[in-house]
Design a protein around this ligand. Structure first.
Ligand code: ASP
Ligand code: MG
Length: 423
């Protein structure tokens, strides 16, 4: 017998029929002797609908009331699911966040979970019930209902799994797992069967559409194995099959032979680059450039400074493309003149492509294969940045798809690592 937390997203809860299918799936796990806690999202579109109503009344609705309003979405879906379970003969009970309670701080619309009381849930489980707990919400010290930010049900599920010491947290969604890269860019992308928490965080740009990245951080910190899997399969799919489907996000030590040198390729089109030409090469210059940028709350990503020949140097950095205009203005009006830059070159036609893998720690030549692959395609690398398990390049954005596909092939990501071993 295992204790499993299952989270179902809005699409999975999107209609009465789908809720009944969720109930069938949960009933199957319950019948197999497992203890199950289910954490549903609101029915698809419901949170947006509620926020729309709020915005019809006020352009800036009071955050406490926004939480009060939005929390109803999950309360409704949770009660409906408990009813569906009961109508299928499964004893079930639903709880709102404040009833558990799931305690959070008071940051309305983006609260953080502080602690979760496990007693009430434990009693129900011991009495053989399935417990349904609303995702996305909690209660602060003063008893106000709070919500955890959009997509927050993932974090609720992980937090409950951590507090209850669950064996696994299963995130049921409308995709069947995490892929080596976006299949829309590289159709040969393959579903990963396992991946480490660290890699998943570095691949956030691929995974963030699937699950809230905060939930992955939380699961890694509290050591909760996470599985992302499809809720669109037959709800009566045998448990032996379902329990190994999707993508398991787990600890490095559990990956063993499965660990590929490079596990995935992430990319981002939302990049913009600035180069300041001819700035003096002396202490404090990086600070004089990036200090005001940081003070304006603009996130800087990749940074590059050249060797100086004549006492001046070129300094480049990237920001999110949304911040392009703001950054350019700041550089032109303030930073450029202050540091004596000869010229400021803006470029909002760049993108970033990254290879990610824990195997990069112990294998040499990984970055050089990346550079050779891009060279073979005639793609110029404008900037490079590396971390222990990631190498990123900034390139012209018209080459993004070509780069992703070429790298996917070069690192043999279309082949299952487990099958490759047997060759
Ligand atoms: N219902 C909330 C949202 O739409 C929370 C969630 O679905 O995870 O953001
Ligand atoms: Mg979601």
């Amino acid at each position: 017998m295992a204790l499993i937390v299952q989270k179902y997203g809005g699409t999975s809860m999107g209609s009465v029929e789908r809720i009944q299918n969720v109930a069938r799936r949960v009933a199957k796990w319950h019948a197999a002797g497992h203890q199950v806690i289910v954490v549903p999202s609101a029915m698809a579109g419901e949170t947006n609908r509620l926020l729309g109503l709020a915005n019809e009344i006020s352009a800036q609705p009071d955050p406490r009331e926004v939480d009060m309003l939005c929390a109803t979405g999950e309360q409704a879906s949770s009660a409906l699911l408990a009813m569906a379970l009961m109508s299928q003969g499964v004893p079930a009970r639903s709880y709102a966040g404040w009833q558990v309670p799931i305690r959070t701080d008071s940051a309305h619309t983006k609260a953080r979970v502080k602690s979760i009381e496990s007693e009430r849930l434990r009693e129900d489980l011991d009495e053989g019930r399935v417990v349904v707990v609303t995702g996305f919400q909690g209660v602060d010290e003063e008893g106000n209902i709070t919500t955890l930010g959009r997509g927050g049900s993932d974090t609720s599920a992980v937090a409950i799994a951590a507090a209850m010491g669950a064996d696994e947290c299963m995130i049921f969604t409308d995709v069947d797992g995490v892929y080596t890269t976006d299949p829309r860019v590289a159709p040969e992308a393959r579903r990963m069967r396992v991946i480490s928490f660290e890699e998943m965080l570095e691949l956030a740009s691929l995974g963030s559409k699937i699950l809230q990245i905060r939930a992955v951080e939380f699961a890694g910190k509290y050591r909760v194995p996470l599985r992302v899997l499809s809720s669109l399969t037959d709800p009566l799919l045998p448990i032996e099959e379902e329990s190994v489907s999707g993508t398991l996000i787990t600890f490095e030590e559990d990956l063993q032979m499965e660990a590929a040198v490079v596990s995935g390729i992430a990319f981002s089109r939302d990049e913009a680059k600035f180069t300041l030409l001819g700035v003096p090469d002396k202490p404090g210059v990086a600070y004089s450039i990036l200090g005001p940028v940081a003070a304006a709350n603009i996130d800087v990503d990749v940074i590059l400074q050249n060797q100086s020949v004549d006492g001046t140097t070129d300094f480049s950095f990237t920001v999110n493309r949304n911040d392009f205009a703001r950054t350019y203005k700041l550089l032109q009006e303030q930073v450029g003149p202050a540091v004596g830059a000869k010229e400021i070159i803006p470029d909002d036609n760049v993108c970033k492509v990254s290879i990610v893998g824990i195997g990069m720690r112990s294998h040499v030549g990984v970055a050089s294969l990346m550079f050779r692959t891009l060279a073979d395609e005639g793609i110029n690398i404008q900037m490079i940045s590396t971390s222990e398990i990631k190498t990123s390049v900034v390139i012209a954005d018209k080459y993004m798809e070509l780069a992703v596909r070429a790298l996917h092939k070069a690192f043999e990501l279309d082949q299952d690592p487990a099958e490759k071993d047997q060759e």
